[in-house]
Design a protein around this ligand. Structure first.
Ligand code: NAD
Ligand code: DAU
Length: 359
């Protein structure tokens, strides 16, 4: 069996659902259920005996150690994190607590468990750490995309905390021999994406008749990857990745934020037209994110060359599937919006004094 942390969040729940759809190997899903953890994401596997959900904190080494001893997983796939850059600007402490201290606690429990395994199980064990391209900092318009050897230069409390966790994972391999794998992935999008992040926020705000907030000039570039492609990459790295190695994962889909928002509006105009105009009319320019990274882009040639993974979805196919999912799952959206999310929206956008301009 495998032990997944953060499996009630956006990517983690997609991973658990895909895993159980393709595989009979059981999953222990360990998640604190912060505002970002949502059991509705896992509704379809709640009764599935292959899915064992346990609520808890990765920093609780004793609880993790007891679970590892009880379930004896052959691998740990570590998604659990505080993941939203804007929240890290408003409140960095939770990011250090979970992403740095929490990962440390998880590594300590994993090391003790792994050390006590018989030799054959010890050799086969893997600790897969899911990280982000944001640890590499920001690119200029003509810079080459990030490779696995790009120097770390994190710019937000979020990316700094992820960078610290990457370094801890690296050190556990080099110092103790723990068979770690690290993936650094670009921006994901798809089903169950919490609507504090750009793409689901735009879809849900558009349909609610609310402003579509563009930070700054909207020309920041992200490299978008459909979440199922990320899950497939993680499965492949788990299966064939070399311990101690890092693999960059990306979609070869660089887009400026404004172009992404225009695409979302245009597809919504087609699939769910609103009376008397286009969703583009709701676009509103607001104060920029402090320290906003201008461009991310991933060079994903290593994982393709060494492990044969490449994305299946283009941005056009993935974004259409995503919008269709949100249109078909309005109960999920309603449920999410009734909770902590609404308090966050008030705080984040009221402090951005603007709209500065509406187009
Ligand atoms: P998310 O915020 O949607 O989910 C995080 C999950 O972790 C939630 O279910 C939450 O309850 C859980 N969690 C938080 N703190 C915890 C703790 N202390 N103990 C146990 N569980 C805890 O995040 P996501 O977008 O699904 O990202 C998952 C991972 O992938 C993160 O490590 C993130 O850094 C990384 N990542 C995300 C993206 C992206 O575009 N979303 C891209 C690259 C890498
Ligand atoms: O690159 C990988 C990272 O992608 C992950 O590590 C993070 O966990 C994930 O949250 C994501 O970070 P970003 O900051 O890139 O994602 P977000 O959806 O918050 O923002 C995407 C871009 O859109 C970014 O340039 C900021 C901008 N934006 C965002 C919001 C929420 C807006 O213009 N308006 C908004 O309201």
């Amino acid at each position: 069996m495998i032990f997944v942390t953060g499996g009630a969040g956006f990517i983690g729940s997609n991973f658990v659902l895909d895993w159980l759809a393709q595989n009979d190997e059981p999953v222990v899903n360990f998640d604190k259920l912060t505002y970002a953890g949502n059991m509705n994401n896992l509704a379809s596997v709640r009764q599935d005996p292959r899915h064992i959900f346990v609520q808890g904190d990765i920093g609780n080494t004793a609880q993790v150690a007891a679970l590892l001893a009880q379930h004896k997983p052959r691998a740990i796939v570590h998604f659990a994190a505080e993941s939203h850059v804007d929240r890290s600007i408003h409140g960095p402490a939770a990011f250090v607590e979970t992403n740095v201290n929490g990962t440390f606690g998880l590594l300590e429990a994993s090391r003790a468990y792994w050390n006590a395994l018989p030799d054959d199980e010890k050799a086969a064990f893997r600790f897969l750490h899911v990280s982000t391209d944001e640890v590499y900092g920001t690119l200029g318009p003509n810079d080459a995309p990030f490779t696995e050897t790009t120097q770390y230069a994190p710019n937000s409390p979020y990316s700094a905390s992820k960078a610290a966790s990457d370094h801890l994972v690296r050190s556990y391999h080099h110092t103790y021999g723990l068979p770690t794998l690290t993936t650094n992935c670009s921006n994901n999008y798809g089903s169950y994406h919490f609507p504090e992040k750009l793409i689901p926020l735009i879809i849900t705000n558009a349909r609610a008749g609310k402003p579509l907030p563009i930070y700054g000039d909207g020309q920041q570039v992200r490299d978008w990857l459909y979440v199922s492609d990320h899950c497939a990459a993680i499965r492949r790295v788990l299966e064939a990745g070399k311990p101690g190695e890092v693999y960059n994962v990306g979609g070869w889909n660089e887009k400026a934020n404004l172009d992404v928002v225009h695409t979302l509006c245009d597809i919504l105009d087609e699939l769910d037209p609103k009376a008397g105009g286009s969703y583009r009319d709701q676009i509103t320019y607001v104060t920029d994110r402090p320290g906003h990274d201008r461009r991310y882009a991933i060079d994903a040639r290593k994982i393709e060359r060494e492990l044969g993974w490449k994305p299946v979805e283009t941005f056009d196919t993935g974004i259409r599937k995503t919008i269709q999912w949100y249109l078909a799952n309005q109960e999920w959206v309603k449920d999410v919006q009734s909770g902590d999310y609404l308090k966050w929206v008030e705080k984040n956008y009221e402090q951005r004094q603007n709209p500065v301009e509406t187009k």
